[in-house]
Design a protein around this ligand. Structure first.
Ligand code: PEP
Ligand code: MN
Length: 345
C-alpha cells in the first residue's frame, strides 16, 4: 500500500509509481478514502527492490506492509481514519438506523410510501425496500425493476437515502443510475466474488455511495466475512458496512442463528462499521426488538430493521418479521438509550 505525503498523488506521480510497479508485474488500485487516497499494489507486492524504489520517491510518505489477509479492511490500515456519513449520520458517532419493507409490492406502492414516511417519523435514517429479491423458490415473486421508481419516489418524498439489494451487475448499474445510496449485497451473494468485485468497481471513488454487506448464512470464520469486504475495497470502494444477519443452522424457533455477538470480534479486526440486521436473524417480529437491543449492547453502530405500516399486507418476509412503525419507534428509542449508556465515559 502506497501512502502519499499529500492527500493524493498528482497524475504525473501516479504515472511514475504505476510505471515502477508495472516493471514488477503489479498494478495500482487507488482507494479513495474520506481523508486521503491510498494506492493498493495489486499483485505480488513483496519484491524488496520495488519497495525500495517506491520508498525512495520524495512524495511517498511510506509503504504500508500490513501482514494481514485483509490489508485494506484491517484495523491498522490507513482507511481506518475515515468515517462514513449516510443520511446525515456519521457512523460510530450516533446510532444509525435503516428501516423499511423487505419487499416493495409494485402493485401497492402506497404501502411503501406510507412505510417510508412512518420509518422516518420513527427515527430511521435510511429507507430500505427490496426491488429484486433472492427467493428460495423460483416460482415465488422475484421482485420487479418497476419497484426501483417506487423506492426512489419514497426517497424523494421523505428525503431519506435509499437502500436496496443488488444481485447482478445490471442491478448495480440500475441502482446507481437511479440514485440508490446504499447497495446491499445479500446473504446469498456475500460469497459471490465476481459480484463483490463488480460492486467495488462500479462504486469506485464515489464518496456518496456505500455497500451494506450481509454475512453469508454459511460463512464460518470471521475472516471469511472480512475477506468478502476486502474484495469490495480492493476493487476500489472502501465505503463498506458489515451486516451480521444470522447464520445457519438456527435454534428451533428462530429463522437463523442470531450472530450479533460477533460485533466485538469484527471490531477487533477491522475498522468497518457494523450494522446488525435482527429481522433476518430471528425472523419473527416478536423477537426482533430484543435482538436489536442485544446488537447495540454488543457494540453495533446501527440496525437494519424490516418495517411495514401493515405487515399482514406485505409480501416477502414482511408478514412474518416486519415491525409496525410503532414498535420500530419504541425499539429505536430504547436502542438509543442503550447506545448512550454504552458510549458514556
Ligand atoms: C433482505 O434484506 O430482505 C434479505 C433478503 O436479506 P438477506 O440477504 O440477509 O437474506
Ligand atoms: Mn427480507
Amino acid at each position: 500500500m502506497i501512502l502519499p505525503k499529500n492527500p493524493r498523488l498528482t497524475p504525473e506521480q501516479l504515472t511514475e509509481v504505476t510505471a515502477i510497479v508495472t516493471e514488477f508485474g503489479c498494478k495500482i488500485q487507488p482507494i479513495i478514502g474520506a481523508v486521503r487516497t491510498i494506492y493498493a499494489i495489486v499483485g505480488d507486492e513483496r519484491d524488496e527492490l520495488m519497495i525500495n524504489r517506491l520508498e525512495g520517491l520524495d512524495y511517498v510518505d511510506r509503504i504500508d506492509r500490513i501482514q494481514s489477509p485483509f490489508k485494506l479492511m484491517d484495523l491498522r490500515s490507513d482507511l481506518a481514519n475515515g468515517r462514513l456519513t449516510i443520511g446525515g449520520v456519521t457512523l460510530g458517532r450516533e446510532l444509525f438506523v435503516i428501516a423499511g419493507q423487505c419487499t416493495i409490492d409494485p402493485k401497492n406502492p402506497n404501502y411503501f410510501y406510507e412505510t417510508a414516511q412512518a420509518v422516518k417519523e420513527a427515527g430511521a435514517h435510511v429507507i430500505r425496500g427490496g426491488v429484486w429479491k433472492p427467493r428460495t423458490n423460483p416460482y415465488a415473486f422475484q421482485g420487479d425493476t418497476k419497484s426501483l421508481d417506487i423506492l426512489m419516489e419514497a426517497s424523494r418524498r421523505t428525503g431519506l437515502p435509499a437502500d436496496t439489494e443488488v444481485m447482478e451487475e445490471e442491478h448495480i448499474r440500475l441502482a446507481l443510475d437511479a440514485g440508490v445510496t446504499l447497495l446491499q449485497i445479500g446473504a446469498r451473494n456475500a460469497l459471490n466474488y465476481s459480484l463483490l468485485r463488480a460492486v467495488g468497481r462500479a462504486i469506485g471513488n464515489r464518496a456518496d455511495r456505500a455497500v451494506l454487506l450481509k454475512r453469508s448464512i454459511h460463512m464460518g470464520p470471521i475472516s471469511e466475512f472480512i475477506s468478502a469486504a476486502e474484495y469490495i475495497a480492493a476493487f476500489g470502494n472502501p465505503n463498506i458496512i458489515l451486516c451480521p444477519r444470522g447464520t445457519s443452522p438456527a435454534p428451533d424457533g428462530y429463522r437463523n442463528h442470531p450472530d450479533e455477538s460477533i460485533t466485538p470480534l469484527l471490531k477487533e479486526k477491522t475498522w468497518a462499521a457494523v450494522v446488525v440486521d435482527p429481522s433476518h436473524s430471528v425472523g419473527k417480529a416478536a423477537y426482533v426488538p430484543a435482538c436489536a437491543l442485544a446488537a447495540v449492547a454488543y457494540g453495533a453502530d446501527g440496525l437494519c430493521i424490516e418495517t411495514h405500516v401493515s405487515p399482514s399486507h406485505g409480501i416477502g418476509d414482511d408478514p412474518k418479521q416486519a415491525l409496525t412503525p410503532e414498535v420500530l419507534a419504541k425499539t429505536i428509542r430504547q436502542a438509543k438509550q442503550l447506545w448512550a449508556l454504552r458510549h458514556a465515559s
